[in-house]
Design a protein around this ligand. Structure first.
Ligand SMILES: NC(=O)c1ccc[n+]([C@@H]2O[C@H](COP(=O)([O-])OP(=O)(O)OC[C@H]3O[C@@H](n4cnc5c(N)ncnc54)[C@H](OP(=O)(O)O)[C@@H]3O)[C@@H](O)[C@H]2O)c1
Length: 291
């Protein structure tokens, strides 16, 4: 199997570069080799690489910056997936792509289903939704995994930011009314690999660990696990104070309800997704071992 992996330097791409390797030849150009902003360069690269499977882990992921860089976010999150899907449709290839909980409107407290109505609140969310819709309408064989709150032992993410802050701050105020499931990049890569290997039926799937928490709950668990691992922190879980989103204004609006029902993926792929706490424990331990 000839696999083209885009975004190999990102959180998810880094893990995919490792988990995909038993499936075939993984060709993973970095930004220096292929600038994904350049449509012509992407077309030329596809024509010469001739992939059987394209795994697109590249995206514009800077949610707040997207508000002021709409055209760039649009290219990376909407027109690139459209271009990849149109290549896949014309060349009998499979496209694997990642989407976001930020395509949902964030109201209520029920977990979203893949069939739920969308209603993005930000440029990032809108451009991700455009990408999903372009893929769905392309006629290509595709898998879209909608995931949430991605973190890993590498890259910039909430877990690492919280750990860094807890070493110098005595107290932190953290948003407690946005609910979702923190998803390790490695879990996304592992499930993607199973899905490609198992020829998972074309479609859109939610991919996140089981359970739910808030950013505040996640931070408390980070502090708790870090202390259990012997980390010297200036503060503990009890010094993390819950605040509403309205007390932490950001350029882009975030959904309050990012809960996603993962039963479609579990049933179709015949797997059981782990809970978010055990995944955090593993990822945090891995990060601390690297220090
Ligand atoms: N992060 C989250 O919380 C989150 C939540 C829900 C869904 N998702 C989705 O999950 C997927 C993976 O996210 P992630 O967190 O792994 O992303 P990430 O760490 O931000 O990585 C993005 C990747 O895209 C590459 N890229 C960006 N612009 C490029 C360009 N012009 N040319 C070539 N490469 C370019 C980056 O390369 P450089 O290293 O060179 O910049 C990097 O490899 C994305 O589809 C994202 O929308 C993420």
């Amino acid at each position: 199997m000839n696999i083209l992996l885009l975004g190999k330097t990102g959180q998810v791409g880094f893990e995919l570069d490792r988990t995909l390797s038993p499936l075939g030849t993984v060709n993973a150009p970095d930004r220096g080799t292929l600038d994904l902003m350049n449509e012509k360069a992407v077309a030329n690269y596809l024509a010469s690489a001739k992939p059987d499977v394209i795994v697109n882990a590249a995206a514009w992921t800077a949610v707040d910056a997207a508000e002021d860089h709409q055209a760039d976010a649009e290219r990376l999150n909407a027109s690139l997936p459209k271009q990849l899907a149109s290549y896949a449709a014309a060349n009998n290839a499979r496209l694997v792509h990642y989407s976001s909980d930020y395509v949902y409107p964030g109201d209520g407290n029920q977990a979203w289903l893949e069939t739920s109505g969308t209603g993005p609140l930000s440029v990032y969310g809108s451009t991700k939704l455009e990408g999903d819709q372009a893929i769905e309408q392309s006629g290509a064989d595709y898998l879209i995994f909608r995931t949430s709150w991605v973190y890993s032992a590498r890259g910039n993410n909430f877990m690492k930011t919280m750990l860094r802050l807890a070493k110098s701050k005595f107290e932190l105020k953290i948003v407690a009314d946005q609910m979702g499931a923190p998803t390790p990049a490695r879990l996304i890569a592992q499930v993607t690999t199973l899905a490609i290997h198992g020829n998972l039926a074309k479609g859109l799937y939610h991919l996140a660990p089981r359970g739910e928490t808030s950013w505040h709950g996640l931070a408390q668990e980070v502090f708790h696990l870090a202390q259990e691992n012997g980390e010297q922190l200036a503060m503990g879980p009890e010094n993390a104070h819950p605040i509403p989103t309205s007390d932490y204004p950001t350029p882009a609006t975030r959904p309050l309800n990012s809960r996603m029902d993962v039963s479609k993926l579990e049933q179709t792929l015949n797997i059981r997704l782990p809970d978010w706490q055990s995944q955090l424990d593993q990822t945090l331990s891995e990060y601390l071992e690297q220090q």
